[in-house]
Design a protein around this ligand. Structure first.
Ligand SMILES: C[S@@+](CC[C@H](N)C(=O)[O-])C[C@H]1O[C@@H](n2cnc3c(N)ncnc32)[C@H](O)[C@@H]1O
Length: 285
């Protein structure tokens, strides 16, 4: 049986799926630097068999599909039906034939030992129910010396794209944030996810800080719509804002992010960690 917290989290991702699909073009553009960094660190190339863990609306699977051809393939996984459907529909629209889909959770991968050259996860590791088990699973399904690489967000203060709306609403509602809930910043502390990889027996574990800009040619109104739809945390907080408070909340957010909107372009500084390791004999099952 799925524990209540996990069921609630997956239900929230199911609601998010329709918005991640709706905003897919923007999301692909904004987070493309993360895909490039993962591809580089994991040394993804032609002919490889790659696993994507927590692929959401389709990235990085859809991009990697083109990079491993000819001869290579990408297996997309995600536990949320709506996400799998969205990614699958997009792959069909693009006529991609070397991409396979499996609905499953990171901590129980339905693949045999030694199946893939590389395993990647973009912005998903923070939401794994049991990250240590998930990392062991990722290593198990890799060939010996295979690489695993995860992209996770750095500290909240370095990521105003995510923090401004939530912080403004918290001030209005006067509620302290709950630090025990797994959220986007769960692995922001340097060494935390790397330590889990090392404990699972990975070798050559490295952690790279990636500073980049989250950029797109959108207005504040479009940013507001994107953020209030795609994030469960923000949706939950917004539900507690009264209609009377809403204009003031929106104005405070607009004031807080004004400096990131110049000449019709949004550009937020952002920081992620790319954590990568390799499978050894000890980490094989
Ligand atoms: C922030 S989204 C990232 C999606 C995509 N990789 C991207 O970068 O656009 C996080 C994803 O993690 C997935 N997820 C949540 N719990 C998970 C679990 N236990 N195992 C694997 N993926 C999970 C969610 O369904 C969601 O699609």
């Amino acid at each position: 049986m799925i524990p209540e917290n996990q069921g609630k989290a997956l239900h929230a991702w199911q609601t998010s799926a329709r918005y991640w699909d709706k905003h897919r073009v923007l999301i692909t553009k904004m987070f493309a630097p993360l895909t490039s960094a993962l591809v580089e660190e994991a040394q993804i190339g032609i002919g490889q068999k790659v696993l994507d863990i927590g692929g959401g609306s389709g990235e990085p699977s859809l991009t990697i599909s083109g990079m491993v051809r000819p001869g290579g393939s990408i297996t997309y996984t995600d536990p949320v039906a709506g996400m799998v459907e969205s990614a699958q529909a997009e792959a069909s629209r693009r006529g991609l034939t070397n991409i396979h889909f499996k609905q499953c959770s990171a901590d129980a991968l339905p693949f045999a030992d030694c199946t893939f050259d590389v395993a990647v996860g973009r912005l998903s590791a923070m939401f794994f129910v049991d990250p240590a088990t998930a990392v062991r699973e990722a290593l198990r399904v890799l060939f010996k010396d295979g690489r695993v690489a995860f992209a996770v967000w750095g500290p909240k203060e370095a990521n105003p794209f995510f923090s401004v709306i939530a912080d403004v609403i918290d001030q209005f509602l006067d509620v302290p944030p709950d630090s025990n809930v797994p959220d986007a910043f769960r692995f922001a502390v340097p060494g935390k996810l790397a330590g889990i990889l090392e404990q699972a027996g990975a070798k050559n574990v490295i952690e790279r800080k990636l500073n980049f800009q989250i950029e797109a040619a959108i207005s504040f109104e479009q940013f507001w719509q994107l953020r209030t739809e795609m994030s469960e945390t923000v949706r939950e907080k917004m539900a507690r804002v009264t209609p009377a408070e809403l204009p003031a909340v929106k104005q405070a957010v607009a004031d807080g992010v004004r400096r990131y909107f110049v000449n019709g372009t949004m550009s937020f500084p952002a920081q992620a960690l790319i954590v990568c390791g390799r499978k050894t004999a000890r980490s094989s099952s």
